[in-house]
Ligand binder design. Structure first.
Ligand SMILES: Cc1ncc(COP(=O)(O)O)c(C=O)c1O
Length: 289
């Protein structure tokens, strides 16, 4: 695949029909919203409950509607950073089997969460499409991703790959496979885990008492804002100070969009990160009564 995004798009194209209902987190990865829109899917938001989706809400939805698939990030959710427990994974699989759902497991950031419980793909290989890539561990520009799916679904996925890119670039794939085999990818993953942890620690120190939701080794921080604070006002005020953050809007799949901002803490040097985090802390404090 040309990255995990291509994996998600081809999965939607190959395995789902226009109008199919796909359960997604109320806050989810915006790229899946795009893939779903392109395939004319209906997204049904599931609220969060602690470290994962509210599975009672999912079960209730499946009784009410004919749901075809669930899109989930059980290991290092973007944007909330959660890692679902083994018990919750088993419950999710039970619901999926009961209602004949396809599980689309996005593991783009999973390598950052060491010691996470087994992926859904190993608990329920017969219904799970596992999607990941080397974008986060090696380089986004590599555009090398992969999908693991039940054997009988592979021909349909291959047709979707042919329809979109004919094939993936063989040179890049060969280079990436070489890096996986000679231990380069494992070493880079280790480096990124250390780097992300250091950046999270810096965020914790610099943001002080601001409420934060994040994984201790991830490259993003979710900051829920007080009732009286508008996220778009904060984002605009930060933009004026040359700090770019996202609001919850691109991540939201429900009509209720929480007032929150998402900080990406991986892409700038440490001095710029520290300065930017200080700016965030100051601007949010200024706008909170
Ligand atoms: C959760 C998640 N899935 C998939 C992707 C897409 O990754 P890729 O660059 O491999 O297409 C991203 C990129 O931000 C992501 O955050």
């Amino acid at each position: 695949m040309s990255g995990a995004q291509h994996g998600l798009t081809t999965t939607a194209m190959a395995l789902l029909e226009p109008g199919d209902v796909v359960a997604v987190d109320a806050l989810t990865y915006p790229g899946f919203k795009l893939a779903a829109e392109a395939s004319r899917l209906e997204l049904a938001p599931i609220p969060a409950a602690g470290n994962g989706p509210d599975l009672d809400a999912l079960a209730a939805l499946c009784k009410r509607r004919r749901v075809r698939a669930v899109y989930a990030m059980p290991t290092l959710h973007n944007p909330l950073g959660w890692v679902m427990s083994a018990r919750r994974r088993r419950e999710l699989v039970t619901i999926a089997r009961q209602h004949g759902l396809i599980l689309i497991e996005d593991a783009a950031y999973a390598f950052l969460a060491e010691g996470a419980p087994p992926p859904l793909a190993s608990l329920a290989p017969e219904i799970t499409v596992y999607v990941s890539s080397l974008s986060k561990s090696v380089a986004t520009g590599l555009r090398v991703g992969f999908v693991r799916a039940p054997r009988e679904w592979v021909p349909r996925l291959e047709r979707a790959i042919r329809a979109t890119t004919w094939n993936t670039p063989a040179t890049m794939t060969a280079i990436a496979c070489g890096w996986m085999e000679d231990g380069t990818v494992a070493r880079l993953e280790e480096d990124k885990r250390r780097d992300a942890t250091m950046r999270q620690n810096l965020a914790a120190e610099t943001l002080g008492r601001l409420k934060r939701i994040s994984h201790p080794a991830s490259y993003f921080v979710w900051i829920p804002l007080e009732q009286e604070v508008r996220a778009d006002a904060i984002a605009m005020a930060l933009m004026r100070e040359r700090v770019s953050v996202s609001t919850a809007l691109p991540f939201s799949t429900s009509t209720h969009v929480p007032h929150a901002i998402r900080l990406a803490i991986g892409s700038v040097d440490l001095a710029t990160l520290k300065r930017s985090l200080e700016t965030v802390a100051r601007v949010v404090a200024d706008q909170t009564y």
